[in-house]
Ligand binder design. Structure first.
Ligand code: NDP
Ligand code: MG
Length: 385
């Protein structure tokens, strides 16, 4: 039995993780639920899953939840509550599905307490992959991917030795604006942006998927998870989201993992590994999903991916700056404050003005994150609609 703290339980990954746990009650037990401020969903989850305690980081929302769950479940509040969830003695595994940089501190704290990590929160590795993977190695804990592409690579890597790998090939759906020109992207609305063709996700990752920033973040995530140099990581557009990623070996064999576009499969595998549990979701209809097609990404038009790859190559604190600026720009776009094409403009400006540090410690990463957000907000204000 795995005892799990589910961080980000009210989100897209969090809710699907709860479904996976309920479908495998002999194997998976969720002992703690944590989220930001959605008291309504967290109350429902607490009544259904009966965890030892629950957490909302927003103090006012936590107070409301305390009233809703009086006499039923203990409620903790604030960042300390989130850290208490991540380090709780009654768990062995943390499923990290908080969105954004906010996932970094609880994930690091969990690793330091010897918890295994099932990682959805890619921003943690983008901002501080060198610190997170070093801490995991020191503590002897595993960091297992939830992200579908990385789950696919993790599975395909089991077909050979690491020294025999020629390339990791990460697939991207291309999002709702695949094939658009810059002129067409300039007219894109928030509503169009939130309609992803193949995946149902939270708003931040949905916007990131449409700009291809998400693929840039995923290249960095793969670099850290699999200790693979950037020249051995490629991106290919695959609009059907059936081939979740591939590993090319030196002999020319290319091993792929395929599945229906349903996050419950990679979530479940991250929690069942090295075993496999039977599926409680629809299996892949290979013929019904054909044909499967592949094309090159357009880095000129989707400049967020190019900027991300440049930051990845530069290394040090630049991926952290990219991530922070992108989070701020996406939040401003979601709030209707800037236009769609302002997202890469803000991000690139911030990255160009970031003072580069080649081996940032946690303090330097926190400072980079703060400074990049401040700079991004200033650019947003100057562009505001
Ligand atoms: P959602 O926006 O749907 O959910 C985010 C979750 O994080 C919510 O539970 C939210 O709580 C919580 N949260 C937000 N801020 C904080 C905070 N400061 N402290 C504690 N909890 C917080 O996001 P997704 O589920 O889509 O994505 C989660 C992560 O997984 C992201 O890093 C994303 O890139 C990654 N991912 C997602 C995929 C998907 O299919 N959705 C696929 C692959 C990776 P509340 O609801 O209370 O605000
Ligand atoms: Mg992904």
């Amino acid at each position: 039995m795995k005892n799990i703290a589910l961080l980000g339980s009210t989100g897209s990954i969090g809710r699907q993780t709860a479904e996976v746990a309920l479908a495998n009650p002999e194997e998976l037990s969720i002992k703690v639920l944590a989220a930001h401020k959605n008291a309504e969903v967290l109350e429902q989850q607490a009544r259904l899953l009966r965890p030892d305690f629950v957490v909302l980081t927003d103090e006012a929302a936590a107070l409301e939840l305390k009233q809703r769950l009086a006499g039923h479940t203990e409620v903790l509040a604030g960042e300390e509550g989130l850290l208490a969830a991540a380090t709780y003695g009654g768990i062995d595994t943390v499923l990290a599905a908080v969105v954004g940089y906010a996932g970094l501190r609880p994930t690091l704290a969990a690793i330091r307490k010897g918890k295994n990590i099932a990682l959805a929160n890619k921003e943690t590795l983008v901002a501080a992959g060198h610190l997170v993977m070093a801490a995991a190695a020191e503590e002897g804990v595993s960091v297992t991917p939830v992200d579908s592409e990385h789950s696919a690579i993790f599975q395909a890597l089991q077909a050979g030795k690491k020294s025999e790998v020629k390339r990791l090939i990460i697939t991207a759906s291309g999002g709702p604006f695949r094939g658009y020109t810059r002129e067409q992207l300039a007219e894109v609305t928030l509503e169009q942006c939130l309609k992803h063709p193949t995946w149902q996700m939270g708003p931040k990752v949905t916007v990131d998927s449409s700009t291809l920033a998400n693929k840039g973040l995923e290249v960095m995530e793969a670099h850290w998870l699999f200790a693979m140099p950037y020249e051995k990581i490629a991106v290919v557009i695959h609009p059907q989201s059936i081939v979740h990623s591939l590993v090319e070996y030196v002999d020319g064999s290319v091993i792929a993992q395929l599945g229906a576009p349903d996050m419950r499969l990679p979530i479940q595998y991250a929690l069942s590994y090295p075993r496999r549990f039977p599926a409680s979701y629809d299996l892949l209809d290979l013929v019904g999903r054909s044909p499967l097609t592949f094309e090159e990404p357009d880095l000129e038009t989707f400049s967020s991916l190019r900027i991300a790859l440049d930051c990845a190559e530069a290394g040090g604190n630049l991926p952290c700056a990219f991530n922070a600026a992108n989070e701020e720009a996406v939040a401003a776009f979601l709030a209707g404050r800037i236009r769609y094409l302002d997202i890469p403009i803000v991000t690139e400006k911030v990255c160009l003005q970031t003072e580069q540090l080649s081996h940032p410690d946690l303090e330097a990463i926190e400072a980079t994150d703060r400074e990049a957000r401040r700079a991004a907000r200033a650019h947003v204000n100057s562009l505001s609609l």
